[in-house]
Design a protein around this ligand. Structure first.
Ligand code: BES
Ligand code: MN
Ligand code: ZN
Length: 489
């Protein structure tokens, strides 16, 4: 099982250094400490820039130690999650085995304490269970919270745990996380929550005619899976509100159109979209969301073998549409074609949203901050954009118009996975063409495509932690489902 480490949150009254927060002139500390902390901050000339902390010895009751964590100004609604992150930095920077978080009421934080704890869990994330030798200076830490805040801590866990699970999957090397392992782990994580999980293996995919997934998977010794996770939170309502389809390439070497050397190791992350849709379903189940949503994840590996599919091959997808494989490295859209077809056929959902690390080029345009949003459905674009903005997983809409249909035209098949060449040079694909390709398989349904190649992995810190896998999409899809709950389809 892919396991991650984070700061452990325990309710209890053990003695440990006390964490308090300074936000500009506001001191969030228990009444008894507030005045002293304020004057020490002043005397020390502590400027309170986020990311700094002040370690005061000889003041608090417990251990005589108080750690003041600087928090950003009040204008950022994200600051308490950031604050949790800075608390982690202080705990680890000072080498504390434990720290105590005063009660929300004492800190004057109310429900924002859940954001702090979520920030602690997200920033505490570390995938290091594979080391045999401990890293000097790295050890497990505990955050003690007040008994009265146990419910807030549970709320924080329900938000952070699915994101951290996704991050762990995304960072897990491809030799340890094969399609079968990912499918089994998804089942183990989701089934106990009341999610119905099914896995289709090679024989079932063959019988079904999922020619896209089978072609991409053909070169790998690791069997493909089509993993399906159904959350029926509104059992009295007929039908399915949405299908979330995620790209689940546990490794993408490019196939016979082999990727160049730099960056290839990162391609263990090519299942970030698939992980995100599963994480979103976990969040729905944990909060018992009154929606009917299914996650569908084609999982496979794109590597080289005598059995690999070739550039120039024509394959028949699950939909029956034939695909001209111009480039074996444009494999994500091929497996998504089957995933979207399966979603439409088996579930007839009101909406289909696919999430994929589809193109390197999206990173050159939107970088790490925005995921690309492609849809011809304005209302869906609006609700997804709103959901993304709400949870700070922002989307930026890019064009998807009939005038660009030629991008995926083929002289020999119904659709080419790399049409009109030459815009980007060898081995680079247009994000628009990728979206155009998948659109063909949505057959006019309400559908949107999110290209998370840039946002799935961070090189910088955000309010969710990092650098590393981000879990992008989990919070967004959960929020979007919330909009459907409130506003209807
Ligand atoms: N998984 C990659 C996309 C990717 C590339 C993500 C680099 C992050 C960094 C995808 O399967 C791919 O290889 N896309 C190609 C498409 C091209 C061959 C049409 C790309 O973007 O270069
Ligand atoms: Mn590829
Ligand atoms: Zn890929």
């Amino acid at each position: 099982m892919t396991r991650w480490n984070s700061i452990e949150i325990i309710a209890g009254a053990d003695a440990a250094p006390t964490l308090v927060f300074a936000s500009g002139d506001d001191i969030h500390a228990p009444e008894a400490l507030r005045g002293r902390v304020a004057s020490i901050i002043k005397a020390a000339g502590f400027e309170g820039k986020p990311g700094r902390w002040l370690d005061i010895v000889g003041e608090g009751e417990a251990g005589g130690r108080v750690v003041v964590v600087a928090v950003g100004a009040a204008d950022s609604d994200d600051r308490w999650r950031h604050a949790g992150g800075h608390a982690v930095e202080a705990i680890r920077g000072l080498g504390l085995a434990a720290a105590r978080l005063p009660a929300a009421a004492e800190l004057g934080l109310g429900d924002a304490l859940a954001d702090v704890i979520e920030g602690v869990l997200l920033h505490g994330f570390r995938l290091d269970q594979r080391r045999r030798e401990p890293v000097p200076g790295q050890f497990a830490s505990t955050l003690l919270i007040a008994d009265a805040d146990a419910a807030l801590a549970d709320r924080a866990r329900r938000r952070a745990d699915p994101v951290n699970r996704v991050r762990a999957w995304v960072e897990q090397p491809a030799n340890l996380l094969t399609p079968a392992v990912l499918a089994d782990e998804a089942e183990a994580a989701l089934a106990p929550l009341g999610v119905r999980v099914r896995q289709l293996g090679p024989a079932e995919l063959e019988a079904l005619g999922a020619g896209g997934i089978l072609a991409v998977a053909a070169g790998s010794a690791n069997e493909p899976r089509l993993t399906i996770a159904e959350w029926r939170g509104a059992p009295d309502r007929e039908g399915w509100d949405a299908a979330f389809v995620g790209k689940g390439l546990t490794f993408d070497a490019g196939g016979l159109n082999l990727k160049p050397r730099p960056g290839i190791a990162k391609m263990k992350f090519d299942m970030a979209g698939g992980a995100a849709v599963l994480g979103a379903v976990e969040r729905l189940a944990l909060r018992k969301a009154p929606v009917n949503i299914v996650a569908i994840v084609p999982m496979c590996e794109n590597v080289i073998d005598g059995k690999s599919y070739r550039p120039g091959d024509v394959i028949t997808s699950l939909s029956g549409l034939t695909i001209d494989v111009q480039d074996t490295d444009a494999e994500g859209r091929i497996v998504l074609a089957d995933g979207v077809t399966y979603a439409a056929r088996e579930y007839d959902p009101a909406y289909i949203v696919d999430v994929a690390t589809l193109t390197g080029a999206i990173m050159g345009v939107l970088h790490e901050e925005f995921a690309g949003l492609f849809t011809s459905d304005d209302a869906l674009a609006e609700s997804l954009t709103r959901a993304g903005a709400d949870v700070r997983e922002p989307l930026w809409r890019l064009p998807l118009v009939a005038a660009q249909d030629y991008l995926v035209e083929s002289p020999v098949a119904d659709v080419a996975n790399l049409g009109a060449p030459g815009w980007f040079g060898a081995g680079q694909g247009s994000p628009v063409a990728g979206a155009k390709f998948i659109e063909k398989f949505a057959h006019g349904r309400r559908w949107a495509h999110l290209d998370i190649a840039g946002t799935g992995w961070a090189t910088r810190r955000s309010s969710r932690g990092g650098p590393g896998a981000t879990g992008f999409g989990v919070a967004l899809l959960d929020r979007w489902a919330g909009l459907i709950e409130k506003e209807g389809r």
